[in-house]
Design a protein around this ligand. Structure first.
Ligand code: THU
Length: 133
């Protein structure tokens, strides 16, 4: 699966967002090692701090199903006018399961994709670089 296909799945997943407060739907698509895809969307709450981002929804869904081997993640933010990358909490959660060179692709439309890695977004990760496994 190429990055554009994965991104299209993230875009489709954004339709599942529950974002009545921010009006900012986000979709995430996680490519697993067997080439299957697990998606997620942001789920907000009237107690704003309880909001779960699309990335964490996808990661937690995959992990809860026993799927921990990720190859890439794409994130679609269709309401933005510039590419929006994962928040700090999502970078930390990604780093728990992903190797530092795992690709992270994000953007508001297919023509404006940013491609980076978990390690670039979350350097000096204690789990992977400071003596963990
Ligand atoms: N959000 C995500 O789901 N992922 C991101 O990468 C950026 C932010 C959500 C959280 C909240 O529901 C809305 O976008 C506005 O911040």
């Amino acid at each position: 699966m190429d990055k554009n296909d994965l991104y299209q799945q993230a875009m489709r997943a954004s339709q599942g967002a529950y974002a009545p407060y921010s009006h900012f739907p986000v979709g995430a698509a996680l490519l697993l090692d067997d080439d299957t895809v697990v998606t997620g969307a942001n789920v907000e709450n009237r107690s704003f701090g309880l909001t779960n981002c699309a990335e964490r929804t996808a990661i937690f869904t995959a992990v809860a199903a026993g799927r921990r081997n990720f190859r890439a993640i794409a994130i679609a933010t269709p309401a933005a006018d510039y590419p929006v990358g994962p928040c700090g909490a999502c970078r930390q959660v990604l780093s728990e399961f992903a190797v530092p060179d795992m690709p992270v692709i994000f953007g508001q439309c297919a023509a404006h994709l940013v491609e980076t890695t978990v390690g670039a977004l979350y350097p000096m990760d204690s789990l992977h670089e400071l003596g963990g496994s």
